[in-house]
Design a protein around this ligand. Structure first.
Ligand code: XMP
Length: 523
């Protein structure tokens, strides 16, 4: 059976957790897709899912113009699970009632199971001491609540502020949860999702790495046939996994182009060549365009201006070098599912999906047909696929690195000597983070070059040199972030090593700003 033969549709009402729901379903080895609640009934019918999950959302179901459940959802005869807003919208649509509550319920709560239903049977955190009823620890985040459940439903669970924390209609396989099973703060959440997807919707394990890999290879081969394919290799995870996948699928038909912007990290160009050209045997063209980039950036200190110039020179270089390769009809890109969802949401229509250009922002008018084998995968799936394809762990689990590279980590004007200092300092920071087991505990870490001079003393000599700032953050989505509370001993070693080993640095500081108000990058 094909990996898409069975699938669950997630209808998004604007929830910050919609992607999390889809990932949890995929952790059950079942394919899932997210669409906006604005999707047409026709689209839902054609998609023909085995089950549907209605997400939470920021709006009130009883407001004017509140997002509605498409009619097709309850016409298909498949199981439906409503979460938070999704449950309230379901209750309203099927004849129940919702009221706004004066008690907003936010955070941890306990749900007591007053009755049983197929969704919750045998799933509990404990039994209550008083009446021995099963209880679930859950995560709540809602203002409105269901006050009358539709006919045919049972009131299965209650919490302090929700008379109907769980409602169920086993006859039709319709279920509603006022809490969020998709977040890790609901310990039994994954079991509830698994129960819904596997037992109630009857989906088996088809969305497996083995199937994904096998089918991706078949699809690429069918798409490109004997034609050559070009790929811009950046050193980032996504393009690396595309390269490994395409190399496996079409071998020498793939040409990877790696452009050295002069703004890459310590030995980055070398390690990319080592992994792809030497170890994998892929065809890689390495273009050292450092001088072009440095020239174009002389005298420019505005961050957005620098970004634009780096983007433009990247495109010019890519264009010029690819023309030398003759006529190549296909361009492969590392577009992943969150990019696709973002583009679809931006256009407010889930089925008109714009192509997302993320390889150095290549423009649309380039005359290539796109090959995007990761379009359906979440980042964690891309990483697993990368490991399966034999890429090194360090490459697959590397922190994200911005397209303009060190260009936005050198404040103000970029000079080759600053790049040299920053690279060396950043390398020391990364090495110590790895050595002391902190690299994987932070989401992103890097050094920043500050073009201000400060006084220092080494031995008896007075130094007047530059400042390096260290930044390490912990975040889930990079939209908000906390500065990482790295041990003082670790910071001490890093600072010592940088000042002693990198000529031109007299002082090291640690950035303790959160996002917001600060951004993660300094520019
Ligand atoms: P900020 O600085 O906006 O960063 O808090 C959030 C995430 O985005 C990355 N970032 C970029 N990535 N091109 C990119 O490809 C850019 O111009 C860019 N600026 C920031 C940043 O590294 C962090 O992961």
């Amino acid at each position: 059976m094909h990996s898409h033969q069975q699938k669950i549709l997630v209808i998004d009402f604007g929830s910050q957790y919609a992607q999390l729901i889809a990932r949890r379903i995929r952790e059950c080895e079942v394919y899932s897709e997210i669409v906006s609640w604005r999707v047409s009934d026709e689209w839902i019918r054609q998609f023909a899912p085995q089950g549907i999950i209605l997400s939470g959302g920021p709006e009130s179901t009883i407001g004017v113009n509140s997002p509605q459940i498409p009619d097709a959802v309850f016409e298909l005869g498949v199981p439906v699970l409503g979460i938070c807003y999704g449950m309230q919208a379901m209750a309203l649509k099927l004849g129940g009632q919702v009221e706004s509550s004066t008690h907003r319920e936010y955070g941890a709560a306990t749900v007591t199971l007053e009755q049983t239903c197929r969704l919750t049977q045998g799933i509990e955190d404990r039994y209550s001491e008083g009446n021995g009823r099963a209880q679930l620890d859950v995560w709540m985040s809602h203002g409105d609540r269901v006050t009358v459940i539709p006919r045919g439903f049972n009131a299965v669970g209650v919490s302090e502020n929700s008379p109907f924390a769980i409602m169920a209609c086993d006859a039709k396989n319709y279920y509603g949860l006022q809490f969020h099973p998709e977040v890790t703060h609901t310990p039994q959440g994954q079991r509830l999702i698994e129960r819904f997807v596997q037992d109630i919707c009857g989906c088996g394990s088809l969305w497996t790495l083995k199937n994904i890999l096998k089918e991706s290879i078949e699809i690429v081969r069918a798409q490109v046939k004997n034609a050559p394919v070009l790929l811009g290799l950046s050193g980032g995870v996504d393009s690396a996994v595309v390269a490994a996948l395409l190399h496996k699928a079409i071998g020498d038909q793939l040409t990877c182009m790696f452009i050295d912007t002069g703004l890459l990290r310590h030995e980055e160009a070398l390690s990319v060549l080592e992994v792809f050209a030497q170890n994998l045997g892929a065809k890689v063209i390495a273009v050292d365009a450092s001088e072009h980039f440095y020239q174009a950036l002389v005298g420019v200190s505005d961050p957005e201006e620098k970004r634009k110039i780096i983007g433009r020179v990247f495109i010019e270089t890519f264009d010029r070098e690819s023309k030398k390769l003759g006529d190549i009809p296909f361009l492969a890109q590392g577009t992943i599912y969150p990019d696709v969802i973002e583009s679809a949401h931006a256009s407010h229509s889930a089925h008109v999906i714009k192509s997302h250009h993320n390889v150095g922002g290549l423009p649309k008018d380039m005359n290539f047909k796109l090959v995007e084998p990761l379009r359906e995968l979440f980042k964690d799936e891309v990483r697993q696929l990368g490991l399966e394809l034999g890429l090194p762990y360090e490459m697959v689990y590397r922190h994200p690195f911005p397209g303009p590279g060190l260009g936005v980590r050198i404040l103000g004007e970029i000079q080759p000597q600053y790049v040299k200092i920053l690279r060396a300092a950043d390398h020391i920071f990364m090495s110590e983070l790895k050595k002391q087991g902190w690299y994987d505990k932070v989401s992103q870490a890097f050094a920043v070059f500050l073009p201000v001079k400060s006084v220092g003393v080494v031995g008896d000599a007075r130094h007047y040199d530059y400042v390096i700032a260290l930044r390490a953050v912990q975040t889930v989505d990079f939209m908000t972030a906390r500065w990482a509370q790295l041990p003082y001993d670790l910071l001490d070693v890093v600072a010592h090593r940088i000042v002693n080993e990198v000529p031109g640095v007299s002082r090291v500081v640690y950035d303790i700003s959160g996002k917001p108000p600060a951004t993660i990058e300094w520019e």
